[in-house]
Write a protein that binds this ligand. Sequence first.
Ligand SMILES: [Mg+2]
Length: 397
Amino acid sequence: MSGGARIRGSGQPDAGRPGHGTASAAPPDAGSGWILHVDLDQFIAAVEMLRRPELRGRPVVIGGDGDPTKRGVVATASYPARDRGVHSGMPLRTAARRCPEAVFLPVDRPADEAASAAVLAVLRRFPAVLEVLGWDEAFLAVRTGDPESIARDIQSRVRAATGLDCSVGIGTNKLQAKIATGFGKPAGIFRLTGANWHQVMADRPPDALWGIGRATARRLAGLGITTVADLARADPGLLAGVFGPATGPWLVARGRGIDPSPVSAEPHQPRSHSREVTFQRDIDDWAEVRARVREVARQVATDLAGERAMAGERAMAGEPTTTGERAVRVVVKVRYAPFLTRTHGVPLTEPSRDPDVIASAALDALDAGFDATAPVRLVGVRAEFGSGVPDQGRKLS
Ligand SMILES: [Mg+2]
């Protein structure tokens, strides 16, 4: 969660007791619909701790090839490391400065994917509509009079099957449930409904709301809206004038804890796929930068073909599938030394996963959008699918 401290030990069933609610909805009756959001705690770090129990309780930083003297970024940090100011996306060297005693490890993607599959297999056995939101989080829509009891059941079955802890947020909609999880961490349960929305959320900044990022929060601040309470009482018409006719009223609804979007059992469809490479030394030869972008672009195209093959296998196994995707837009990211990042994308004339097409589009984007005279420390290539809207839930890293 952004902008809010974790509330620990909030597993009490009375966490959702009536507060100074502004929303009119009463807590649901017995047997009514609830949304549970399940999120694994410090997922990638926790997977490492399963193999190396001696790491439990210690600051652990995972990223790059696990060598903090080399360049690379933090993929995830354990809670003790986070308490020392380490967060994902930060250069490994900065993490090492903030937390020199941390244990640094490389990312082990196959291990993480196996753990993710095991967790989702547990969740699929619950009588619920399941929406997979990412590799370590999902929504479950359930009918029950006691959502906390289902939440505890989820936690114990996930722990029994995988050894991993998760937190569970409970709400009457996805927005409430997703935010609630942050208050439950680590290994807790938290209920956020119309009854305690105002009490819990009113004084937090708007970007504490799922779906509202820092850029939007800055624009809101320009209008004098600096808290969730401000946003909840803002005039939807006024915000429509600033953010557009759909987004303006949507923002106000977010502030009020309202989210009509259903839990959808449709398979999780990534909207983009990307790779990037951090150079151990800055590259100031632009021909070499172009060569590396071409390489990364071809790798992205190979990934698309591979993901398509895997989608076919899953279909045969009767598992939910993602369809093999073709890119409609290719975006290049360049990070100049020391840390200035620029992106530029070009549309494809027709959807493709042909490595030559992806690579040539990447080079077009590079040539059109970037200063070729400054030293470069990282390049990335992102293939965007379908709607052409980048997946906000997934960073280019
Ligand atoms: Mg997580």
